[in-house]
Design a binder for this molecule. Structure first.
Ligand code: ADP
Ligand code: MG
Length: 250
């Protein structure tokens, strides 16, 4: 099991944003998370990738405990362990988050040098291989502002892959894109699924979630309301809230 999360709770101010969330992700699995805006999807990804801290619960990534609650006390692992766990995960954001004043190549090379201590030569070689894979080798010297949103998002995916994560999290990777650019990102993610990359994808693209996922999780108001295979969720969910949500999406 690559991800094990049990009874995660998280409040912002006095509002419960995650309520007893438990989920597991196996190696090679593709899990989609769907649900209305404000249901806690981004917060869940941010807790699993250490951008936020949970109030209580247990999270284990690839066998290493990030945080655990025992006897009412929630304790995070030491800095070294947290860093080790951090190296296992990648996160791709809605808004790409590229450095605007860095070239495409530098955006992909720098994290490898800083985080993995790779040599510049090795980092450059890996960056170029990924740019070929993303069909963007000719853009290596361009700046993010010179690229389309779809191209920028492919660079962001290349940057995440360059750090060899065991699992990649996507937070609405296409929702900042014009509809005609969405397809190119979904294709990249589908190809990664074929290569058996473990992925957790928050998305509003229901047809895509149905096609690419092994499992779909429906969240609402901080709870996991239902989870199952795409057939179970999209085909014949008997849950009223799931049905209402899906009918609004079409
Ligand atoms: P989703 O990604 O499903 O739209 P979010 O995880 O972004 O949901 O947000 C869940 C709830 O937590 C929302 O009510 C949101 O306003 C609130 N929230 C998210 N981030 C913060 C924050 N940093 N401070 C306060 N409230 C937040
Ligand atoms: Mg969100």
């Amino acid at each position: 099991m690559l991800v094990k999360a049990y009874n995660i709770k998280k409040k912002f101010d006095d509002v419960n944003v995650l309520e007893n969330i438990s989920l597991e992700v196996k190696e090679g699995e593709v899990v989609s998370i769907i649900g209305p805006s404000g249901s806690g999807k981004s917060t869940l990804l941010r807790c699993l990738t250490q951008l936020e801290r949970v109030d209580s619960g247990k999270i284990e990534i690839d066998g290493k405990v990030m945080v655990d609650t025992k006897d009412g006390k929630t304790v995070y692992a030491d800095t070294n362990t947290l860093h080790e766990i951090q190296l296992k995960v990648g996160l791709v954001f809605q808004n790409f988050n590229l450095f605007p004043h860095y070239s495409v190549l530098k955006n992909i090379i720098d994290p490898q040098i800083v985080v993995l201590k790779r040599s510049k030569d090795e980092a450059t070689k890996i960056a170029m291989e990924l740019l070929y894979k993303m069909n963007l080798a000719d853009k290596s010297h361009a700046y993010p502002c010179e690229l389309s949103g779809g191209q920028q998002q492919r660079i962001a995916i290349a940057r995440a892959l360059a750090l060899n994560p065991k699992i990649l999290f996507f937070d609405e990777p296409t929702s900042a894109l014009d509809p005609e650019l969405t397809g190119e990102i979904l294709k990249v993610i589908k190809n990664l699924a074929k290569e058996k990359m473990t992925m957790v994808i928050v998305t509003h693209e229901m047809a895509f979630a149905k096609e690419v996922s092994d499992r779909v999780i429906f969240m609402d108001k901080g709870f996991i309301v239902e989870q199952g295979t795409p057939q179970e969720i999209f085909g014949n969910s008997v849950n009223q809230r799931t049905k209402e949500f899906l009918s609004q999406m079409n």
